[in-house]
Design a protein around this ligand. Structure first.
Ligand code: G4P
Length: 528
């Protein structure tokens, strides 16, 4: 069994595709599935994307999210590898979902729109990747459009994302004159043709010095390509895989997802360089994927809003050993044993019961309220996986109970919803007031709706003036207590009773940091 675990683990590649909305994440995901043979026709993933027209109607969004459970994890075999793509919601209000999904992957592909370059959400996502030094491959998309100069794009990536980059392919022109990309590694020219699905016929192994290049792309473009490549070889070091695996260097590919161009090369490149399942930290020790005993953690909980199917699905990432159906496992937070009769794997458009899963795999577990985000299952060992931090919310509102007879229901409802990760709950010491923090307005509507429909509790929201919640610590407990006493109504407690400081603005936060050098302010709940 041991060698089996190792062989199966070595075969797994578990990653997420991330981007600022509209850069082409959905299109690229779909094209990877097409090339991987997991789906036969385009449209399967696209239909799950939250439609722009629905972005102000949360029930519509929830309906669409409901469908997308099936495609939350997309698995296919390619080049003898088992590839698991973890889908992330592109919608900005669900950014926390995306951040959490990033805790369950071993690497990511970051999609950039060549016209828009690095955008707001790109930066945020990259910050999350950097927290864990997650290896990142960059795909610069939409080369069929008149984009920015590729050298400028690379500079922008380095500057704004704070990571070294290394081009792996290089475009020959862009927009209407886009002719293809030259692979700097394979020394091959890939010709661009709109919407082709077969790439092989359009590849030419060619050395840059060869006259054939001039014949194929024209003298001017050939000269430009030679000049560009000379510059690249002068400026960038050779591709250093270890630096990529350490999260210090991002290889960059160019292409056009909607035209199927550059996608296969990206997939091949990904298969060659991306990491197999990696070791993961726990509160006690590091867990290696090749270990005999099973362990895993829950990184996402999906609730079904359909009143006829009020089930929740917990997404479990397997970190070590073999997960088996119907076997008892230890739920370390609750210190109790649990087993699952019908765990399932996710396929492109269906769910199927799995008998076993290996490190890197994600299984779906039907849950009746036993799980919180971050919960750990083991074969008995008492450990808790780390690295699933909460991030500072951006919008804060006080939860006001409208029906005193239903305060218990409200209490239970808000606890469960925040366990699912819909939002974060903070309480103010004074008067036991409850503050809910989210990254998007939609979550407030979702909570209000669900409290009423699932728990029979009515509430209203009072907007608060805060924009950040910082977890606070100090080496000297006296200093911390002093600060807490001093700031009184700006101090709240998270679900684990850790104190947080609520700041009205970045400026106020900086002032407080300057004036209280003994107190450390953290923007995420997990810190060393
Ligand atoms: P997202 O998941 O990152 O939000 O982006 P998505 O894939 O939905 O792509 C956003 C838009 O960009 C889509 O157009 C899509 O067709 C287009 N797109 C994706 N890749 C390319 C590309 O390589 N070149 C060009 N020119 N466009 C690309 P849309 O108008 O929003 O939707 P649709 O009706 O065309 O599907």
């Amino acid at each position: 069994m041991q060698t089996n675990i190792q062989a199966e683990t070595a075969r797994r590649r578990t990653f997420a595709i991330i981007s600022h909305p509209d850069a082409g994440k959905t299109t690229l995901t779909e094209k990877l599935l097409l090339f991987g043979g997991a789906i036969q026709t385009a449209g399967a993933v696209k239909s799950n994307k939250i439609k722009k027209s629905a972005t102000s109607d949360f029930m519509e969004i929830e309906k669409q999210r409901g469908i997308s459970v099936a495609t939350s994890v997309m698995t296919f075999d390619y080049n003898n590898l088992k590839i698991n793509i973890l889908d992330t919601p592109g919608h900005k209000d669900f950014a926390e979902d995306t951040y959490r999904t990033l805790t369950a992957v071993d690497s990511v592909i970051l999609v950039i729109d060549c016209v828009k370059g690095v955008e707001e959400q790109t930066k945020r996502l990259m910050e999350v990747c950097r927290m864990r030094d997650t290896p990142v491959i960059v795909f610069i998309n939409k080369l069929d459009r008149e984009g920015q100069n590729p050298f400028d794009l690379l500079d922008e990536l380095e500057e704004k994302l704070n990571i070294r980059v290394r081009p792996m392919t290089w475009p020959v022109n862009m927009g209407q004159n886009f002719k293809g990309v030259y692979s700097l590694i394979e020394k091959k020219l890939y010709f661009f043709k709109v919407n082709k699905t077969k790439v092989e016929d359009d590849v030419l192994p060619i050395e840059l010095a060869d006259d054939l290049l001039d014949q194929k792309v024209g003298e001017r473009d050939a000269a430009q390509l030679r000049e560009d490549v000379e510059l690249i070889e002068g400026v960038y070091d050779d591709f250093d895989r270890q630096a990529y695996l350490d999260g210090k260097l991002a290889p960059v590919f160019f292409g056009s997802a909607v035209n199927n161009f550059g996608v296969k090369e990206l997939l091949e490149g990904f298969c060659q360089i991306s990491p197999e399942p990696i070791a993961r930290p726990t509160d006690k020790r590091e867990v290696l994927p090749g270990e005999k005993n099973f362990s895993g953690f829950v990184f996402k909980i999906h609730a079904n809003l359909d009143p006829r199917h009020r089930d929740r699905i917990a997404f479990l990432r397997i970190c070590s050993g073999v997960f088996e159906r119907n076997k008892f496992y230890h739920h370390t937070r609750l210190d109790k044993n649990v087993r699952f009769a019908s765990p399932f794997s996710f396929m492109a458009d269906s769910k199927s019961v799995v008998e076993e899963g290996f490190p890197g795999d994600v299984v779906g577990l039907y849950d009746t309220g036993t799980f919180k985000i971050g919960d750990t299952l083991t074969e008995g060992e008492d450990l808790q996986f780390q690295g699933i931090p909460s991030f500072s919310p951006e919008i804060f509102k006080e939860l006001v109970n409208l029906d005193p007879m239903k305060s218990k229901q409200l209490e239970k409802g808000i606890q469960q919803l925040t366990d699912e990760g819909v939002a974060q709950l903070f309480s103010l010491e004074l008067g036991n007031r409850k503050i809910v923090g989210t990254v998007g307005e939609l979550q407030f509507e979702v909570i209000q709706y669900r409290l009423e429909n699932e728990y029979g509790a009515k509430c209203r929201w009072v907007p608060l003036n805060y924009t950040k919640a910082c977890w606070i610590t100090a080496e000297d407990p006296k200093k911390l207590n002093e600060f807490i006493r001093l700031k009184g109504n700006q101090i709240a407690y998270d679900k684990d009773q850790n104190p947080v400081f609520l700041a009205e603005s970045d400026w106020m936060l900086r002032m407080n940091q300057q004036n209280n050098p003994d107190v450390t302010f953290h923007l995420t709940s997990e810190f060393k």
